[in-house]
Write a new protein. Structure first.
Length: 633
């Protein structure tokens, strides 16, 4: 596990300065505190920071081939590297280390641009082929590891994080208005966009080749939803357990202490159960809770910890939110990010790092097995739409809008308000009803005239519609899952897990999105994922498969999600910060938003008229980010 960076000047006479590459490495030291390495040769420079997990003695990077003509920097883990390595040795390749990094290098020599297809793991890597004067980069199939790049007529610069690229002074810092709109709408910025106009993210399952002035970006892996498996429910359960068990087993490969996040939900409980089946010592588990009882799920984590006799650790969050917010944005979140669960993910990672260097996480289960509320809401919407439109618009929507929000995490009132808000979206967007936090009408009120001039309302949801269209021949549930995997999972969930675990120098592995598991779930009929309109019927086939291992009260309890009481904190601990960051003076200075409407949002939230926590928090995150990365720079 590492952070990588580098730059290539297209003019061979324009040398890369080693000091610049080392500075690019320095700002991502948290991603790899154990080691640093750079390779600089004329117009090329690559570098890395290493968190040592495999081949502690021999895994120093950059690594070169036998004659020193091909060099690699790599971030991630390759779980099948031993079998790939054995195959390459049979083909005549000679290895000097036992690292997965060197295996990728030789796979590139043998298979060329097809080498990522040989790998099972999480990865982002860059290879400089000096013989052919060619740069090749790739990102793993599901986008677990990040890779940003800047490209102009003179150079290509890349890094695991934006801050590495920004160390090169020539890189401009122009806010991308489309990315800003996407952030405020969804709380994340979808690939290939970044918050900066001139910097992009390499998409999941894609590779990039620079060869003599030409850049080619290629999709090397994707998936579709196939004809449902014509096997019994029991057979699917058996096959699912087998593939999940292997996905967990191969991720136990480590030369350093290892454990698991445990929330008490079905996904993390599944991981712990499967780990316990193959480990010869107790699993180390880590959970966090809150003083607010409606947000606290520690009792469920304790049930699993006791059942599997884990070495369990807990931590109760007491908000020191101001210091934590400034620390995370300044040091680890170099692109605006609005998901509240950033905080608990960071804190549980920080706690786990005191005991282990690697954790397994249950992320991905909701996307693969239809576990989110919108899957239920989509089915319910068909009944809601049967109500005459005038009644929905003039009575229901107005009545629900007048109901004050509650302080509970979700609850009936909060669910109802989100449902009615989402139902107002166009039919082809209703799946994202609970993942959309700013309507077109609100944008007209919030955005400044200058920002509105740079946006095309017809393109607000273009990337969502594009993924729906790609699966147009599939069932609605299949379409919805494809959208979630391609957007929310990769650009929100996995970004959060990567940044916050790496902020504490902790490696997080995600067995549920082993690409073999993903491909297997595409063959499972949608009705075996969502079997009804209650939370007990979501993830149906996963729950049935895990009944042999997990207690009923874990499998069939309601879904709460991993969040914090931010709506309450904005009225208490975080109120001074909110008032300062979103002051009329600051809003005017930034020039993107209407100060009067921001004041209205604050006033309504503080007076408990409406819950504007998502909108206010996103605006705060952007304001803090803007101050650090634009105003001060």
């Amino acid at each position: 596990m590492c952070g990588i960076c580098g730059m290539l000047n297209f003019n061979r006479d324009e040398k890369v300065e080693e000091s610049v590459v080392r500075q690019m490495c320095k700002v991502i030291t948290h991603r790899g505190p154990d080691d640093e390495g750079v390779y600089v040769q004329e117009n090329v420079g690559i570098g890395m920071r290493r968190l040592s997990i495999i081949d502690l003695a021999g895994g120093h990077q950059p690594i070169c081939n036998e004659d020193g003509t091909v060099w690699i920097v790599f971030n991630g883990e390759i779980y099948n590297y031993q079998s790939v390595r054995a195959e390459l040795i049979r083909k005549g390749h000679q290895f000097s280390t036992n690292s997965d990094t060197e295996t990728i290098l030789h796979a590139f020599e043998e298979y060329g641009e097809a080498c990522p297809e040989k790998l099972n793991g999480m990865f982002a890597f860059a290879i400089w082929d000096d013989r052919n004067k060619r740069l090749f980069m790739a990102r793993d199939r599901l986008g677990i590891k990040p890779l940003y790049y800047y490209l102009d007529n003179d150079c290509l610069i890349f890094g695991s994080e934006l801050k590495s690229i920004l160390q090169v002074k020539k890189v401009p810092r122009n806010v991308n208005p489309v990315a800003l709109d996407k952030f405020l709408t969804f709380e994340y910025i979808p690939a290939p966009l970044s918050i900066f106009n001139e910097i992009h993210k390499l998409r999941q399952g894609h590779s990039l080749r620079w060869d003599r002035g030409r850049v080619n970006i290629r999709c090397y892996w994707d998936f579709t939803y196939n004809v449902p498996k014509k096997t019994s429910e029991a057979e699917i359960c058996d096959e699912l357990i087998d593939i999940l068990q292997d996905a967990v087993k191969i991720r136990l490969m480590s030369e350093v202490p290892l454990g698991a996040f445990l929330s008490g939900g079905i996904d993390s409980s599944t991981i712990v159960a499967l780990m316990s089946r193959v480990m010869d010592k107790p699993v180390k588990t880590f959970s966090i809770g809150f003083e607010d009882a409606t947000y606290n799920e520690l009792k469920y984590a304790r049930i699993i910890a006791e059942k599997f006799k884990t070495e369990h650790h807990e931590f109760i969050i007491k908000p020191n939110a101001v210091d934590l917010t400034e620390n995370l944005v300044k040091n680890y979140v170099d692109e605006p990010f609005g998901d509240f669960s950033l905080f608990p993910t960071y804190l549980v990672s920080k706690m786990a790092r005191e005991y282990v260097t690697v954790v397994l996480s249950g992320d991905g289960g909701d996307e693969l097995f239809a576990g989110y509320d919108p899957y239920i809401a989509n089915k319910m919407a068909r009944r809601y739409e049967a109500i005459p439109r005038i009644l929905r618009k003039q009575v229901i929507e107005k009545l629900v809008a007048k109901i004050p929000p509650t302080e509970k995490k979700k609850g009936l009132v909060n669910r109802l308000k989100r449902f009615v808000e989402g139902a107002a979206l166009p039919p082809d967007l209703q799946h994202v009803r609970w993942m959309t936090f700013l309507s077109e009408a609100e944008k007209d009120l919030l955005y400044s005239r200058d920002l509105m001039k740079q946006l095309n309302p017809a393109e607000y949801y273009d990337f969502i519609r594009g993924y729906f269209k790609a699966m147009s021949g599939c069932s609605p549930i299949d379409q919805q899952q494809y959208v979630d995997i391609k957007t929310y999972m990769v650009d929100d969930i996995l970004v959060k897990v990567d940044r916050m675990s790496m902020a504490t120098s902790l490696e997080a592995r995600v067995p549920l999105i082993d690409y073999r598991v993903v491909e297997y779930t595409t063959k499972i009929p949608g009705m075996l994922k969502l079997a009804g309109l209650s939370h007990q019927k979501t993830k149906y086939i996963l729950k049935k498969a895990m009944e042999r291992f997990l207690p009923h009260e874990i499998l069939y309890r309601g879904k709460e999600g991993f969040s914090i009481p931010i709506k309450n904190w904005l009225k208490t601990d975080l109120k001074p910060m909110m008032m300062e960051v979103l002051s009329p003076e600051n809003i005017k200075a930034e020039g993107f938003f209407n100060p009067d409407y921001v004041e209205q949002l604050k006033r309504e939230h503080l007076n408990n008229v409406q819950n504007h926590s998502h909108r206010l928090w996103a605006l705060m995150m952007f304001g803090i980010w803007y101050d650090i990365y634009i105003r001060r720079s």
